[in-house]
Design a protein. Structure first.
Length: 358
């Protein structure tokens, strides 16, 4: 990405940094296994505090942009919200189930035993039925999405998760009994959304009082994009560090699991993308609407897999692989979204293709 896009110099070689951070994280996870295990104990209801810290670094710039005085205007643009709900709850879980069954039980049947394949399908469904809570702020921010609308979309999805997650998973997996770690949902919302929103609000007030709102949006927010990229790279290191042992012990399984998860991510993104285009949604709302479906609530997915199937189960491994592929895949979707911004009305990016209204 160029300087004109407002992103930092890191973006020029972002794919290189991403690969290096993945390798570094996996190496640290294997080389310093005992230290990583000790670090992993810092968690609340399966919500990792180290991961939370690097996530705060990433999402802070978007949180500072949230203007609570404008949140009341969200209801004036219902189309993007309906797209989010339809994609996340009526499409995504079922397409994830379809791709998982297609690959794990048919296309990869020569490589995966039947029982293991069923476990991978279960893990994929646990991912597909849980739309993102935290990382979507990063993807929306990097693609130029509206921060107020992104917060509203996340809030609505968090409410739907409470009532719809268990029934959808039970239906797709044929489970008679299912225990949902609601404590994980609660602490994830508090740690990944509420706390950074509060700090962002306080800091926003401080900056506006010290400078003004124009300086905040034109100078501070643009400068903070470098911090977001650094936070992304740190997140990759931490995630791969925690999962380094699983990667080394199951390299072939990890690669096989990645295939349908990656296909599903791109497919769901384009479903939201096309629906936003057909609905004539403006770009700043289309971006988060497309991104939130492609990203997953991995803390809830992993925690549920551990409770239902066990820590060393194929289902848990599948949810972990979902965590591993998310950042790199979502970064590519951010790039696609930005390059396609001129297809939407009221494109708000400083890019050459945005100079001509479509």
């Amino acid at each position: 990405m160029s300087k004109k896009s407002g992103l930092s110099v890191f973006d020029r070689y972002l794919s290189v940094w991403v690969i290096l951070c993945m390798v570094l994280g996996a190496y640290l996870g294997v080389k310093f296994l005992s230290a990583v295990k000790s670090l992993g104990r810092f968690s609340v209801a399966q919500v990792s505090i180290p991961i939370a810290v690097v996530l705060w670094i990433m999402i802070f710039p978007m949180m500072v942009q949230i203007d609570f005085g404008k949140l009341k205007d969200v209801y004036k643009h219902p189309k993007a919200m309906w797209i989010t709900l339809i994609v996340n709850w009526l499409v995504k879980p079922f397409t994830m189930f379809f791709f998982a069954v297609l690959f794990f039980k048919f296309m990869f049947s020569s490589f995966i035993p039947a029982n293991t394949a069923s476990g991978y399908v279960a893990g994929a469904v646990l991912l597909g039925a849980a739309p993102c809570t935290a990382m979507v702020f990063v993807w929306s921010y990097l693609s130029g999405g509206d921060p107020n609308y992104t917060l509203a979309q996340v809030a609505v999805n968090d409410l739907v998760v409470i009532v719809a997650y268990a029934p959808i998973v039970k239906f797709l997996l044929g489970l008679n009994k299912m225990v949902i770690p609601y404590s994980t949902v609660f602490y994830s919302v508090v740690i990944y959304v509420l706390i950074p929103v509060i700090f962002g609000y306080i800091f926003r007030k401080f900056i506006i009082r010290a400078k003004d709102e124009k300086w905040l949006t034109k100078v501070f927010v643009k400068d903070m994009k470098t911090v977001t990229i650094i936070g992304l790279l740190l997140t990759l290191i931490v995630i791969f560090m925690f999962q380094g042992k699983a990667i080394v012990q199951n390299p072939v399984a990890v690669i096989l699991i990645m295939v349908p998860l990656i296909i599903q991510t791109y497919f769901i993104f384009f479903v939201g993308f096309v629906m936003a285009k057909w609905s004539n949604v403006k770009y700043s709302l289309a971006a988060p609407a497309a991104m939130i479906g492609a990203s997953n609530f991995f803390e809830l997915s992993v925690a549920t897999a551990v409770i239902l199937f066990g820590l060393g189960s194929p289902a848990t491994l599948a949810t972990v692989v979902g965590v591993l592929v998310e950042v790199s895949v979502m970064l590519s979707l951010v790039s696609i979204m930005k390059k396609s911004c001129s297809l939407f009305r009221e494109c708000n990016l400083d890019l050459p293709q945005c100079k001509v209204s479509v």
